[in-house]
Design a protein around this ligand. Sequence first.
Ligand SMILES: [Zn+2]
Length: 505
Amino acid sequence: MEKSFDAMVSSFKEFVKRIKQYEEALAVIYWDLRTGAPKKGVPGRAEVIGMLSTEVFRMSTSTEMEEYLGYFTKEENSKLLDNIMKALVKEYKKDFDRFKKIPEEVYKEYVILTSEAESVWEEAKNNNDFDLFSPYLEKIVSFNLKFIEYWGCKSNKYDTLLDYYEPGMTVEKLDKIFKELREKIVPLVSKIKVSEHQPDDSIFKKDFCIKKQDDFSRYILEKMGYDFEAGRLDESEHPFTIGMTPGDVRITTHYYKNLFSSALFSAVHEGGHALYEQNISADLNGTALCTGTSMGVHESQSRLWENMIGRSYEFWKCYYPELLKVFPEQFEGVSLDEFYRAINKVESSLIRVEADELTYNLHIMIRYEIEKALINQEIKVADLPRIWNERMEEYLGVVPTNDAEGVLQDVHWSGGSFGYFPSYTLGNIYSAQLLNAIKRDIPDLSERLSNGDMLVIKEWLADKVHKHGKLLTPAEILKSVTGEEIEPKHLVQYLEDKYTQIYKL
Ligand SMILES: [Zn+2]
């Protein structure tokens, strides 16, 4: 006898919950590997990762999944689904199609290629040897071109890749958005370069006790509303956030004894990601909807906290006196104004991950243009170092002296993550739009922030953005909160206002 509709819904939910539980187990293992797992345990752990990932892949592409998706997409059943089930079916169908359309042996070959490519990339970067990496990159690009064929090519080949990270985003939209931003940012950076009022960031290059840095990071995270009973802060080489369930969202930072600003701002950045994951509605727990809606919206949360709040004058008006209690000698004679200007220093530099909030976007645009041209076969992998350096000169006015600090600096391409980079700048754009909406809804925001009240922001974000998880698309969230589509002019305005004041332009 056939199962009833309700029985099908509950068995589907059980089935996807199991997938989610495997993913949670994987996440704990990844966290452990990056935060100090014993070296001798690593090979064994890698095997467990392989086994669990295969199981997730197998279940997501199984005939059982196919039957569920077939059943729920039938017209008579589909109209009975509630919102959560509708979104869930859409989400799992997306994954099913994505993987099922690629022949299994092609996919396996690609997984092996990218895992090899990552270690080759590392070696190439260490030895400043692009030629070592380029044959791998060529293969990865041609695999991606094949995948685009399997998945179905949109009006621009690159759109298919973009859509995976930022649903609904296209080359047509991004070209326009990035052009508008670039036309404002490049001249602003040039004006800043020649300003006589350069902040002095040497105040951060002293001796800062790591234990005290850690205590201060925890203090600020608590003020932001990060729930330490549903998370923890550890140290890793590269800071990251990993969310198992809203009840367990862990973050890391990296401490430098002789550099104050890095660890704190990394902790605030990851704290922004973590607040998102901690505040997703309980209804979505145990499903693929229990995460951020897109990479761009996730980045909007971390960047809003790190740059727009954590580097604001109001924030430090309250917390600088607290910081002075922790590091009285290091900041002796440094005024609040000097400190504020130093944490907002703008400098055209070669390395994306070290870039400030203004020039960061130019680093992203270079990568976007290269990816778009590669995927549309307008340039060749061999041309990358030259194109990279030309663009750096044009946008940032600095040119790498070698490929290690140029085209080889990022890990992303070795893993085949094409279409991911734009998320960072989309995050900056969204965060400026959200900040304006927060100011509209909380008219005394500036005063509250000066008094150290950040919970009001956390609660606003939880209600307007976080709780929806992946139930709403990026465009739906933006529209419901700001009444607008994606709109770069708010970021331009924010940057112009802030840096005109700091550099007295
Ligand atoms: Zn981030």
